[in-house]
Design a protein around this ligand. Sequence first.
Ligand SMILES: [Zn+2]
Length: 186
Amino acid sequence: MQKLIFVSIWAVIVAQGCFSQTNHSNKTAMDSTDKNKHAAYSRTDTGKVVMNDDEWRKILPADVYHIAREKGTERPYSSKYEAFKEAGTYYCAACGNALFKSDTKFESGCGWPSFYEPVTKGSIIYAPDHSHGMDRTEVMCGRCKAHLGHVFNDGPPPTGLRYCINGVVLDFTRAQEAEKKYKDSL
Ligand SMILES: [Zn+2]
C-alpha cells in the first residue's frame, strides 16, 4: 500500500512538470547554462509564458522569484554583471527570452547592469511605476512579464535611455557559445 502511495505521488510530481505548452525538446534545453531550468524556459520559443505566482515560486530560485515576481531590487554593486564586459547576449533568467546584447551595455555607475537598448522592441514591456514616491517606468520581460528593473532618460546616445536591470534576473551567454549553438542547430 505504501508503495502505491509513493508511486501516485511521484506520478503527480511528473505530471506537474509538464504544465508547459512550449516545445522543450529543442537543443537549448541541453545546454549547460540551461540545466536546472524549468520546462517553459526556452531561448528559441517566443510564445508568451503565463503562470501564476504559485507556479513560478515552485520553479524559480528564491532570489530570481523575489525580483521577477515580487518586483524586488538587488543590492547595488552586488551583481556579477555590473562591471562585466564580455561579448554576448543577456537572457531573462525566468524564461530564457533574449533581452540585451553586450554591445549596448555601458558603465552607468548606478550600481546595476545598464544598457541603452533592448535586443528588439518586443523583448521588453513597459509600465508606469509610482511606488516609493517616485515616477518611474518599470521594464518587464516581453515573454514572461518578469520584473527586470526600470528605464530612465539619462542614458547615452543613440537612444538616450538607461535600462537599469537587476543582474539576478539575467542569464549571460558568450558570443562564441551562441555562435556555436547556432551552427550546431543547422
Ligand atoms: Zn522572461
